[in-house]
Design a protein around this ligand. Structure first.
Ligand SMILES: Cc1cc2nc3c(=O)[nH]c(=O)nc-3n(C[C@H](O)[C@H](O)[C@H](O)COP(=O)(O)OP(=O)(O)OC[C@H]3O[C@@H](n4cnc5c(N)ncnc54)[C@H](O)[C@@H]3O)c2cc1C
Length: 494
C-alpha cells in the first residue's frame, strides 16, 4: 500500500541516541526495494504491499579493531581451535584463553557485526558482569494476552549492544593471546590424541580440542537420535515510524491480540490454529524494533505467512513505517535430542543443545555456561593434567551437559511439546497462568536455571493456577509429551 511508504528524508535519524549503535549511520534516503519479477508477483498477488517493499538502510560496518592474526609461518598447533566468531565462539575463546590455554578462532569474517538483534533479561547479564553490553533497557515488560487483558511483569529487559559485546570479547581474547584466522573450516579430522581442521584457503591447523561454534547450520556435529526439532520463525525490523502506540518504559514480550485479522478471514483462521505474536522494543516515539514471531511450530510456519500477519498488524495499530533500518529473518531450531554425547568435536552455542526449547533464547545461557566449559577444558589441558583424545571429549561434553542439566532439559522440551499442541486460545490461557506463578519459577524457567525438582513443582503450581479450560487443555494435550518426557528422563537417569 502506497500510504505505508514515505519517501521523505527523516529528521529523526540525525538525532538518534548514540547508544543505538546499529543506527548511527545517517540513512536519509529511503529506497524502495527493486523486487525480482518473482517477488513482485508474490507481493501483487497478496495485496500486501507495505514496509516489506522497503530496502533496509543499514549496511553494518566491520569493527575497526586490531586482532592478532594467525601467521601461516607460525607453528600451526594450538590447544583449542574454536570454529566461529559468533557470540558463543568468542565467549568460549575468551574464557578458555583466560585460563592460560592456547586458542585459535576461525571465522570467514571475524570482525563483521553480528546480524541478529539480541534481547536478554537484564538480571541475566548483570549476574555475568555484562550489563555494560546492553545499549537499552526497559524497567518492565508486558504481555497482551488478548484485547481485554494485559499483564505487566516486574522484570527488566535489555537489548544487547552487539558492538559492545563483540568489542569486549575481542579485547579480552586479544589480551589473552587468542589468534584469529579469516577462513571457513571445511573439514575436521581426528587422530588418537589430536584433531585437525582444513580451511577453504588451504590452511591446516591442529589442536587437542576442536570446538564447533558455527551456529545452527553446523555440519560438524552428529546426532544419534532423530532430530524432531520445533522451529521459531520470525520477521523483525528496526524501523523509523511516524508513531507507535507502545509505552516507552515497557518492552512488549508478547502481543497475542488478533483484532488486526478481523478483515482477513484466511489469516485469522490460520492464526487461531498456529498463532504468532508481536515482540516490540520501543526505543523512542519514532524508533522501534518490531518482530512478528511464531514461538514454535513443526513443521515451520511459512515465512510469508508471518510477514503477511505483520503487515496486517502494523496497519491495524496505525504504525506507518518510514524507513526500515535493519531487518532480520529469525529461524531457530529448538528442542529435540541433544547432540551425540560424547563425540570427537565439542560444541557450544546454537548447535550444542543450549537453545531454550520453549523460547529460543540462547545468548545469555551461552555467556553463562562458557566459563564452566572453559574450566573443564582447562582442567584437562592445563599443565598438570594431560587429558587428551576420547577422555578429553568425554569430559568436555559431560562438563557442558551434566546429568542434572540433561534431566532439566527434558522438562524444557516437554514445555515445547506442550506449546506445539496449543492453539491461540490455549496459548493465551497458558501464558495467563504461567505469569501468575511465583516469579522465582517463571523467571527461573525462562532463564533455564531451575533444577528438575523445581521444574516439577512449577508444573504442579501451573496446573493449580490454570483456568478450568486450561486445565482441560493440559489433561487432553499433555499426556503424550508427558509420557515421552518420563521415558527420556528414565533413559537419561540410567
Ligand atoms: C534473527 C535471530 C534473532 C535471535 N534473537 C535472539 C535473542 O533475542 N535472544 C537470544 O538469546 N537468542 C536469540 N537468537 C538465538 C541465538 O542466540 C542466535 O542464533 C546466536 O547468534 C547464536 O550464536 P552462535 O555463536 O551459536 O552462532 P552464530 O551467531 O550463528 O555464529 C556462528 C559463527 O560461525 C561462523 N561460521 C559458520 N560456519 C563456519 C565455518 N565452517 N568455519 C568457520 N566459521 C563458521 C559464522 O560466520 C558466524 O560468525 C536469535 C537468532 C536469530 C537467527
Amino acid at each position: 500500500m502506497a500510504s505505508l511508504l514515505s519517501l521523505s528524508p527523516s529528521p529523526l535519524l540525525s538525532t538518534l541516541r548514540p547508544c543505538l549503535s546499529p543506527v548511527k549511520t545517517p540513512f536519509l534516503h529511503p529506497v524502495r526495494k527493486n523486487p525480482s519479477r518473482k517477488d513482485h508477483q508474490k507481493v501483487q498477488s497478496t495485496k500486501f504491499s507495505s514496509f516489506l517493499d522497503l530496502e533496509p538502510k543499514s549496511k553494518p560496518e566491520p569493527l575497526d579493531f586490531d586482532i592478532p592474526w594467525f601467521n601461516t609461518a607460525d607453528r600451526a598447533r594450538f590447544d583449542v581451535i574454536v570454529i566461529g566468531a559468533g557470540p558463543a565462539g568468542l565467549r568460549l575463546a575468551e574464557q578458555v584463553s583466560g585460563r592460560g590455554i592456547k586458542v585459535c578462532c576461525l571465522d570467514p569474517s571475524p570482525l563483521s557485526m553480528w546480524p541478529n538483534n539480541y534481547g536478554v533479561w537484564v538480571d541475566e547479564f548483570e549476574s555475568l558482569g555484562l550489563e555494560d553490553c546492553l545499549d537499552k533497557t526497559w524497567p518492565m515488560t508486558c504481555i497482551y494476552i488478548n484485547d481485554q487483558k494485559t499483564k505487566y511483569l516486574d522484570r527488566a529487559y535489555g537489548r544487547v549492544s552487539r558492538k559492545d559485546l563483540k568489542f569486549k570479547l575481542l579485547s579480552d581474547c586479544t589480551a589473552n593471546g587468542v589468534k584469529f584466522h579469516k577462513a571457513k573450516v571445511w573439514k575436521v579430522e581426528h587422530e588418537e590424541f589430536e584433531s585437525s581442521i582444513v580451511c577453504d584457503d588451504g590452511t591446516e591447523l591442529k589442536a587437542s580440542l576442536i570446538v564447533d561454534a558455527s551456529g545452527f547450520t553446523s555440519s560438524f556435529i552428529e546426532y544419534d537420535k532423530p532430530r524432531n526439532v520445533g522451529y521459531q520463525i520470525a520477521h523483525g525490523i528496526l524501523a523509523e515510524v511516524d508513531s507507535h502506540p507502545f509505552d516507552l518504559d515497557k518492552m512488549v514480550l508478547m502481543d497475542w491480540r488478533d483484532s488486526h485479522l478481523g478483515n482477513e478471514p484466511y489469516l485469522r483462521a490460520n492464526n487461531s490454529k498456529l498463532p504468532t505474536f508481536l515482540y516490540v522494543m520501543p526505543f523512542d516515539s519514532n524508533l522501534v524494533f518490531l518482530e512478528e514471531t511464531s514461538l514454535v511450530s513443526r513443521p515451520v510456519l511459512p515465512y510469508m505467512e508471518v510477514k503477511k500477519r505483520m503487515v496486517a498488524r502494523l496497519r491495524h495499530l496505525g504504525i506507518r513505517v518510514r524507513t526500515v533500518i535493519e531487518d532480520e529473518k529469525c529461524l531457530i531450531p529448538m528442542g529435540g535430542p541433544l547432540p551425540k554425547i560424547p563425540q570427537s568435536v565439542m560444541a557450544i552455542g546454537g548447535n550444542s543443545g543450549i537453545v531454550h526449547p520453549s523460547t529460543g533464547y540462547t545468548v545469555a545461557q551461552t555467556m553463562a555456561v562458557a566459563p564452566f566449559l572453559a574450566e573443564t577444558i582447562a582442567e584437562c589441558l592445563g599443565s598438570t593434567r594431560m587429558i587428551r583424545g576420547t577422555p578429553l571429549y568425554h569430559r568436555a561434553w559431560n562438563g557442558l551437559w551434566p546429568v542434572e542439566r540433561r534431566l532439566s532439559r527434558e522438562f524444557y522440551n516437554f514445555g515445547m511439546e506442550t506449546l506445539l499442541k496449543l492453539d491461540l486460545n490455549g496459548t493465551r490461557r497458558f501464558f495467563d497462568a504461567f505469569f501468575e506463578l511465583n516469579p522465582h519459577y517463571w523467571q527461573g524457567f525462562l532463564s533455564s536455571r531451575l533444577s528438575l525438582g523445581e521444574l516439577l513443582l512449577l508444573g504442579v503450581s501451573l496446573f493449580g493456577k490454570a483456568s478450568n479450560p486450561s486445565k482441560l487443555d493440559m489433561v487432553r494435550k499433555c499426556p503424550v509429551p508427558l509420557v515421552k518426557m518420563a521415558g527420556n528422563l528414565a533413559l537419561e537417569a540410567i
